[in-house]
Design a protein. Structure first.
Lengths: 324, 588
């Protein structure tokens, strides 16, 4: 370092510049820290009130109870999550019956059959389906879909029902399945397709026999994401499904096998976890009461379930991805 | 294998039926959701505008005076014989096809509720053809000019109304002081520093502005007399905007043109403002709408006149206005019964009501605008900060690299948290723990900002990542520090992409209802909010409330009008975002 006087020190900065650099770096780091803080805040907020709730209502009772009535007129509160789970499962499964086949076929069409021109038009249009506010979908289900179904297929349908809501949830989640699946299918290298054609396979056989199996991990993870989105969906079900927490009637079929008539669940009103949360907000919001705390317990259940599903979908996409 | 094949002659022949069926099936699946949504949108539009009661004469009149001239304009601009022929065939053939098909269905099967063949033609044939021709026409020089002018007119009015709305909750007097003794001196100093190229004046600008702003806060209650609101808006917004427009044009076309471009809208706005005040209308909003429409329009017209191409395109707004007036006159003269739309001016300017005819969306629109403005500022600042940190400041390996990966995974998971859970966060943290109040605009804005933050960050990261590394290395080689590179190279390059992502995320925020319910937003408010801590309602909230009303007039009328209003605002926002992206892509 003896010759430091002869050659200029290019790395030296003035104090003011260094201060400025540090300040901006710190500011950006603080912004990034807010995202971590948000996750922490969600956990803490949900947990702190949920813990208070579970002190009065044991977890076992919460998870196995078959009656949900947080604000009954004549007393006798009950916090059993089973009827809510049945409502949520009804909506999720019915919606999956729409979004999964349609979304998968859409992805196959976009990745294998569509011309580049058609794809460039269809892809942004499909995104519109996910961009419509969910309260608008709920309104559509209540005001147009339910009367149409009632007039044509199911005359005994009630005004608020699970079927119309589920159809709309399904349509809303189509782009979630189609866009992620399409990404996975487009990532399948063309060599595999060419090899298939070389063996004399038709386009149909290449699409269903080569491309779909090769991208199955991406497709599966898109299914899980769509289902997790359907579980958390609120406004469509709040507007169109009503708010009646009930257990479906179990009937005895031949040889005493118990079964539930699907029409009994689908054509009647029901209640999902999200609807139950929204319904409680109609009561009181200042805190301290049992229904208020139960809202956070439900929120915690919802948060954990969706988080777990996202992590699983991530793991599937990572681990079972074919490396090309 | 040949021995197993009973039809050995048919080598290479495979049944294609299955493949073709599958192709059509998958195509049908692709458009299923879109068709379903399209049908529902048609019905909601028919309900909102009461088109089911529109007589065929009424439809024909407006089709001839408004739609046909517009189509002619687009065809003229496209100037393509092929397009003209195809459009005419589609319009004419569609007319016959829809009429025949529709009559056949009605006669043989079932009557289709609230739809006649004229409306079906309008939605199934005329609307797509118009959209296609507008797209083709906008690529011609004439059409580009016409649509550019139209966009500035509509966008200017929208921005003017939005700014006017914001001043319902902002303190105009404080803004007046802050502008006069804080913003104005600081901007003046900075400009002086640029002109004289003296860094000292530029450095002094920020402290001077800060001192002025602080002084304004203290002086707010000390100063006794203030000018009227109209003068304040004229002084703080209209004059600077007009001056900026004049300055822009003066640099290119000389001082006279600059004076005209700045002066004419300013004079019109002032006159409009005082006239509106006399007529009892909200004068400041009129003033802002005129000046924010007039100045960009004038700048644009001056640029088009300068370029000398597609001048006739400037006539498009006049053509449409003349068509609308002519249609109204003809309808009036012939005594054709007109529909009575639910979505009209009174719907947008009145408070909600129990009677469907008087119900309006005004307080909810104001609530939505205020919340979205706050969300825009918050999520933009936080989103850009986080994405710059993740993309520019952290290495990809080592201990800090692990932190980056944790942050990334965390952001991806936050994006998938149900919105109703964010509502609980807002209720528990902002409303109850921090005491910002249940159902206040501030609580809602903070909650929604956190909700869309992951989407903003992810799109901003993509925009920053797409800036070529050569630019960064070039800047580094010039001796720039990391912040200087970020500020001067990365952010300006990435800005269109960041803005596009932010606007798209805001579109998500404006339609969110569940978090608003959870934080206790009012289902119905009858007055527009007047401070950030007053209770508010928002458009989706009001739609949710009305959808629960049992009367048919609400279900099929008022809510439909609300839905259409919300969707039009959404389309406007997303359209702006897409235009921004396309322009940036063309520029680079």
């Amino acid at each position: 370092m003896t010759d430091s006087t002869e050659s200029p020190d290019l790395t030296r900065r003035g104090g003011l510049t260094r201060l400025k650099e540090g300040t901006y770096g710190g500011l950006f780091a603080a912004c990034a820290a807010i995202t971590l803080l948000t996750t922490a805040a969600i956990f803490v907020t949900l947990l702190s009130d949920a813990v208070v709730f579970f002190r009065s209502i044991p977890i076992a009772e919460f998870l196995t109870g078959t009656n949900w009535s947080p604000n009954p007129a004549g007393g006798g509160q009950a916090f059993g999550i089973i009827p809510l789970l049945i409502g949520t499962l009804t909506v999720t499964i019915t919606a999956a019956f729409i979004s999964i086949p349609i979304g998968t076929l859409t992805a196959i069409y976009l990745s294998e059959y569509a011309t580049p021109n058609a794809r460039s038009i269809l892809k942004p249009l499909l995104e519109i389906l996910a961009g419509i506010p969910t309260v608008v979908y709920g309104y559509f289900a209540l005001v147009y879909v339910t009367p149409a179904l009632k007039a044509t297929l199911f005359p005994e349908m009630s005004t608020f029902n699970a079927l119309a809501a589920s159809i709309m949830v399904g349509i809303m989640t189509i782009p979630m399945v189609s866009s992620i699946s399409e990404d996975a299918m487009s990532a399948v290298p063309d060599e595999l397709r060419q090899a298939g054609y070389g063996l004399g396979a038709t386009k149909f056989e290449v699409s269903t026999g080569i491309v779909v199996p090769a991208s199955i991990s991406g497709i599966a993870s898109s299914y899980i994401l769509a289902v997790s989105r359907a579980i958390g969906e609120t406004m469509i079900v709040v507007v169109a499904m009503g708010a009646q927490a009930r257990m479906p009637e179990v009937q005895q079929a031949l040889f005493g096998i118990p079964f539930v008539n699907p029409a009994d669940v689908l054509l009647q009103s029901g209640m999902t976890i999200t609807v139950a949360m929204v319904q409680i907000t109609g009561g009181d919001l200042t805190g301290g009461t049992l229904p208020y705390n139960s809202m956070f317990a439900l929120g915690l259940a919802l948060f954990v379930v969706t988080l777990v599903m996202n992590v699983i979908s991530d793991i599937i996409a990572q681990r079972y991805r074919e490396e090309y | 294998m040949a021995t197993e094949n009973p039809n050995a002659d048919g080598f290479g022949e495979v049944s294609r039926v299955r493949g073709i069926l599958f192709e059509y099936l998958s195509f049908g699946a692709s458009v299923f959701g879109l068709v379903a949504l399209g049908v529902l949108l048609v019905y909601v539009a028919i309900d909102a505008f009461d088109l089911a009661n529109a007589s065929p004469e009424w439809l024909l009149t407006y089709f001839l005076t408004l739609v046909v001239p517009f189509l002619a304009f687009c065809l003229y601009s496209a100037n393509d014989r092929d397009v003209t022929r195809r459009a005419l065939v589609a319009l004419g053939g569609g007319l016959v096809a829809v009429a025949v098909l529709f009559s056949a269905i009605e006669a043989l099967l079932v009557p289709i509720p609230r739809l006649n063949w004229q409306l079906a033609y309008l939605f199934v044939v005329a609307a797509p053809v118009t959209a296609y021709l507008a797209y083709v026409g906008s690529r011609g020089r004439l059409g580009a000019v016409g649509f550019g002018l139209l966009g500035r007119l509509v966008g200017g009015v929208a921005v003017g109304l939005a700014v006017g709305t914001l001043f319902l909750v902002l303190d105009a007097l404080l803004w007046f002081l802050a502008y006069t003794i804080g913003v104005l001196p600081a901007v003046g100093l900075y400009a002086l520093g640029r002109v004289r190229s003296s860094p000292r004046a530029r450095t002094a600008a920020a402290p001077v502005g800060l001192v002025g702003l602080t002084a304004a806060v203290f002086l707010r209650d000390v100063v006794a007399t203030y000018p009227s609101d109209l003068i304040i808006y004229l002084w703080t917004i209209a004059i600077p905007v007009a001056a900026a427009g004049a300055f822009l044009v003066a640099g290119r076309r000389g001082r006279t043109a600059g004076a005209v471009v700045g002066g004419v809208p300013l004079a019109a706005a002032t006159a409009g403002g005082f006239l509106a005040a006399g007529a009892g209308l909200p004068a400041p909003t009129v003033l802002l709408a005129i000046v924010l429409t007039g100045v960009p329009t004038a700048v644009y017209v001056s640029r088009v006149v300068d370029g000398g191409e597609g001048l006739a395109g400037l006539g498009l707004p006049l053509l449409l206005a003349a068509g609308a007036i002519a249609g109204a006159l003809i309808v009036e003269a012939l005594g054709v019964p007109a529909p009575n739309p639910w979505l009209d001016a009174s719907f947008l300017t009145q408070a909600p009501s129990r009677t469907p005819e008087q119900a309006g969306l005004y307080p909810a629109i104001v609530g939505s605008v205020i919340i979205i403005a706050m969300v825009a500022v918050l999520s933009f600042a936080l989103g850009v900060g986080t994405s710059v940190f993740l993309e520019e400041y952290t290495p990809e390996s080592g201990a800090l690299g692990t932190l980056t990966r944790i942050l990334q995974v965390n952001i991806a998971n936050l994006a998938a948290v149900p919105s109703v859970v964010y509502g609980l966060l807002g209720l528990g943290l902002f409303a109850n723990l921090l005491g910002l109040g249940i159902g206040t605009a501030v609580t809602a804005a903070l909650t929604l900002s956190l909700l869309i933050l992951p989407i903003t960050i992810i799109s901003a990261q993509e925009a920053i990542r797409s800036v070529p590394d050569d630019l960064r290395r070039g800047s580094d080689a010039m001796g720039a520090t990391r912040w200087q590179t970020t500020k001067n190279v990365v952010l300006p390059e990435a800005m269109p992409g960041i803005l596009t992502g932010t606007i798209l995320a805001l579109g998500r925020a404006i339609g969110e209802t569940a978090p608003l319910i959870m934080i206790g937003a009012a289902t119905t408010v009858f007055r527009a909010p007047d401070s950030l801590f007053s209770r508010f309602s928002a458009m989706p909230m009001q739609i949710y409330t009305w959808a629960g009303f049992p009367q048919a007039d609400f279900r099929y009328g008022v809510v439909a009008a609300g839905v259409i209003t919300l969707l039009i605002i959404l389309v406007g926002m997303n359209g702006t975002a897409i235009l921004l992206r396309n322009r940036a892509e063309r520029g680079s």
